[in-house]
Structures are given as C-alpha cells and as structure tokens.
Ligand binder design. Sequence first.
Ligand SMILES: [Zn+2]
Ligand SMILES: [Zn+2]
Length: 273
Amino acid sequence: MITTDMHVHSCFSSDSSEQMEAIIDTAIQKGFSYVYFTDHHDERFPVHPSAPDMTFQLDFDRYISKLQDLREQYKNTIEVRFGVEQGICPEVAPDIDAISNRYPFDFIIGSSHLTRLENGDPYYPEYYENKTNVEAYREYFMSEAENVLLTDGFDIYGHLDYAVRYCPDPTFVYQFNDYRDIFEVLFKRLIEHGKGIEINTAGITKIGYPHPHIEALRLYKALGGEIITVGSDAHVKENIGFGFDIAEDLLKETGFHYYTVFKNRKPEFLPLS
Ligand SMILES: [Zn+2]
Ligand SMILES: [Zn+2]
C-alpha cells in the first residue's frame, strides 16, 4: 500500500481553495505516514486574459511559515513535509535553483505548464497554431528535456505527458512511439542528474490513465530509472490518494518493487507490499 500522496495543492495555489488543515485531517483518516504540500509556483507566469486570477505566484514566506506552524501543531499525529511544484520553462529555468535553495523544502516537483513564456501553454488553442499535433507534443517533450539541463532545482519531473490532456482535436490519438526518441533523451538526462519522475493519477480522469503513459514507465525502467513518486495532484481534499490502487498495479506491472518519498530533498525508497 502507498502511504503518502506526493502531489497535493491547497489554497496557496491559485487554482485551489482547500484548507491545509482539511488536507492534513484527510491524510490522517487515510492512515498516511506523512502529508506533503506541493503548491504551485510558476515564475513569471504569463497570466492569460481569460483567467486573470490564475497567477500561480506562491507567497513563499507566508507558505513556509504556515507549514512550520502546522508541522509543530500536528507533530504527535502526522509529519508535515514541505514541498512545492515549480513550473519550469527554458526562460525561467535559471531562476529555479535560487528559489529552490532559499527555503527548507523536503521535495520539489518540476513541471512543464508552459514550453515558453509566449504562446507556450498547451492548455490554450493558440499553442497548436501553425503546427501539427505531433509537432505540438514533440515541442512540449523537447522543452522538458531542455529544462533538465538548465536547472538543478527540482527532484522529480511532474506529469510528463500533461500536454496530452489538452489537444483541441478530440479525434487525435496520442501514440507514444511518435515521441519515444525524445523520452529516451529526457529519461537519460533525468537519471544522469539524479532526478526522478512521478505517476500522477490525475491523468485517470483527464486522459484515461495516470501520467505518464505505461510505455514511458517501461522505457524509464529499462534505461535504469529508479526514482518514482506517486501523487494525485489533488486540488480538493476528496482527491487525495485518488487512484493509488491503479498506480500501485502500474508500478508492479512495469517492474518497480518500491516507490519513492523525499525528506530534505533526499530520496527514500519504500517497498510495495
Ligand atoms: Zn502541474
Ligand atoms: Zn500539481
């Protein structure tokens, strides 16, 4: 059984209104060993006119101070661990190290929500203009591979095939083999730099399976990948631990006998029983 959720958002993220105390209470009810918070920060995020409240700027000082209070308050019940989800794109990658080193994080997810600051958000149709869908996804995965060389300020790469959620053409079918060459480069770089990946179960409701595709997990394992976390990407407390039975089956099916948690940014490997 997987006994913690490594990807959880609270009201410190622009797209969540969940209270941290409610998240901790849910984690306790589920019998988790630790509770992680991984709220969003996307440095220099280009706020879209259609969603002016989605700024994704984390108030780090207030966030860390609140987490310290909660760690103290719950110390006899559950361990509160400090995480963050840093949005990375090549223009901001050099800033990520400094931010990551400034605060006492246990765990940092690096994620691509943008491939670049201008028209780089696969959530919006303008991202797909003047390119085929395969080109659009290749650009997304190539920017992830590029980011790994530009910053050390993260521990695992989040929701690797997140762009697949948003293709404006509903008839387009994502075929992993069209991108296998890029994933090979990406995984080799992650492994070489001591970074991992995650199984992100939010994919189950968005694309029918957890991020990333099972063929990506197989390739990562075949190339020697060891570090793999499991997270729900919950933005409401009801989704904490969502689909973890599916994630556990996937890990076993692809040859992993453990999952990974982080403390003080160091991986710890926990056996799957
Ligand atoms: Zn994300
Ligand atoms: Zn997230």
